[in-house]
Design a protein around this ligand. Structure first.
Ligand SMILES: [Zn+2]
Length: 461
């Protein structure tokens, strides 16, 4: 007889609805990879659950009625849909902290690029696992990534159980014949096949344009736009991250980076643009008309002194805004909770309005908006029928006590250590500091080995 569906019951837990409203004493029943019911815990059971033994009895009774295979005692806990990290370069965990304290160009050309030139697929696999572990432990259930050596990253995604939209960044080489002649084309084709072979739907192939300042003629833009339409791909791109890049484009091409890529037809395909610090009103018109989503990366923007994106203004234009960390080399964490907190503080300061980007809005940016921007319509909300991507905060953490409004506690008081469980597609991947699919001791040892090996080669020893 084939095994029955696998069930997991969160019992007596508080949960945040997509509106930001928090319901208490809820039962969330997960069957295989989906939430199949959300209901109020029976009031008699809730009363009985005032003692541990009574709670165990109630849980056992519920287990029989639901045939649940696993029950999680949710008292004192809050469930949220997991976070979506919409901009990362995950293997760059291997460069976390490398070459700090140098000016931007020196750091890139004398540290980052020579280090990256030595990376192998195997290195990227270990670096990705390290980044994925950090993301799972800080509540991220899905990420969008732009890098190279994508087979190593895809392998880490498959093995770890996290979700990801992976892409290979396209920069045009000086004598390039076109997109189909590029390494990015090869990398993207690999990802398309890998995503097709992955029946779970967790792995999605995206295309990626690195940025305007590493891009040649308009015809290359048309080629990748045509390719995306043919293959039904989304696009990731760095856009107007720094003032220099934005202004230089206007001098060189006579228009902003957004207007340039729009003229190539790139935004006729769903696009996630990272940063957008220097977007102008005309650029926002294009974003609104073409449905481009913005991945706001506040920590990276502050750390690299790129500036502060006018996110509240962008939201007010009806543009979808999500959150991203950027790579660990320019952050130096992959912690979306930190991004959400900083995003809110920055907008309060920029707008002079202490109500800007409140907790309900942050929930939307961090969860549902990210899922929609990745093309995952059945993710990013705790509702019946949605994918079971669920993270649990311990409301009894001293950092969050006493609790008046649980979402305020999450976004303004908690840190990622208060996340005690991360579930992706109905599978618990992280619980109470332990990973169920990642050998974190081995991963850290490999990261140290890779660091030592690269440093030896870079320093010619
Ligand atoms: Zn980036």
């Amino acid at each position: 007889m084939p095994p029955g569906p696998k069930r997991f019951l969160f019992k007596n837990i508080a949960l945040a609805k997509p509106s930001g409203a928090v319901l208490i004493n809820q039962d969330i029943l997960v069957e295989d990879d989906r939430i199949i019911s959300i209901s109020h815990s029976k009031s008699a059971e809730a009363r009985a659950a005032t003692t541990l033994s009574a709670a165990a009895a109630a849980a056992a009774a519920t287990a029989r009625s639901f045939q649940a295979t696993e029950i999680y005692d949710g008292r004192g806990k809050l469930a949220l849909p997991g976070f979506y990290n919409l901009h990362s370069h995950v293997p760059m965990t291997l460069l976390r902290g490398y070459g700090e304290g140098l000016p931007l160009k020196k750091w890139l050309f004398e540290r980052v690029f020579p280090f990256e030139a030595l990376l192998t697929e195997e290195d990227c696999y270990w670096g990705s696992l390290l980044g994925i572990a950090e993301m799972l432990a800080s509540g991220t259930v899905s990420f969008s990534d732009m890098y190279l050596l994508t087979p190593g990253i895809a392998r880490a995604v498959r093995e770890s159980g996290i979700k990801a939209n992976l892409s290979h960044g396209y920069s045009t080489a000086p004598k390039s014949k076109g997109f189909s002649d590029s390494k990015a084309y090869e990398g993207t084709r690999f990802l398309i096949d890998a995503a097709r072979a992955d029946k779970s739907g967790r792995l999605i192939a995206d295309a990626a344009v690195h940025a305007e300042y590493t891009f040649g003629e308009e015809r290359f833009g048309r080629q990748i736009a045509d390719f995306c339409r043919r293959e039904d791909l989304r696009v990731q791109i760095h856009l107007s991250e720094t003032k220099d890049e934005h202004e230089a484009c206007k001098v060189k091409r006579g228009c902003t980076p957004t207007a340039f890529f729009d003229s190539c037809g790139l935004f006729d395909t769903p696009t996630i643009a990272a940063h957008g610090v220097w977007l102008e009103d005309g650029d926002l018109d294009i974003f609104a008309a073409k449905g481009v989503s913005l991945a706001h990366c506040p920590v990276s923007n502050l750390k690299l002194a790129s500036g502060m994106a006018p996110v509240q203004k962008i939201i007010d234009r009806g543009i979808r805004v999500c959150l991203g960390t950027d790579g660990a080399a320019s952050n130096n964490n992959l912690n979306l909770l930190k991004e959400a907190n900083l995003a809110s503080l920055l907008q309060k300061s920029l707008t002079g309005d202490p109500l800007a980007l409140g907790p309900a809005k942050l929930l939307e940016l961090a969860c549902r908006n990210g899922a929609l921007a990745q093309g995952r319509a059945d993710c990013g909300a705790l509702e019946e029928g949605m994918k079971a991507d669920i993270i649990v905060f311990d409301l009894e953490s001293p950092r969050m006590q006493p609790v008046y409004d649980p979402l305020v506690s999450v976004f303004f008081a908690a840190d990622s250590r208060d996340i005690v469980l991360t579930m992706v597609d109905g599978k618990v991947l992280y619980k109470n500091g332990k990973f169920t699919t990642i050998d974190i001791v081995r991963v850290m040892a490999e990261a140290e080995r890779i660091r030592d090996e690269k440093l030896r080669r870079l320093e010619g020893k």
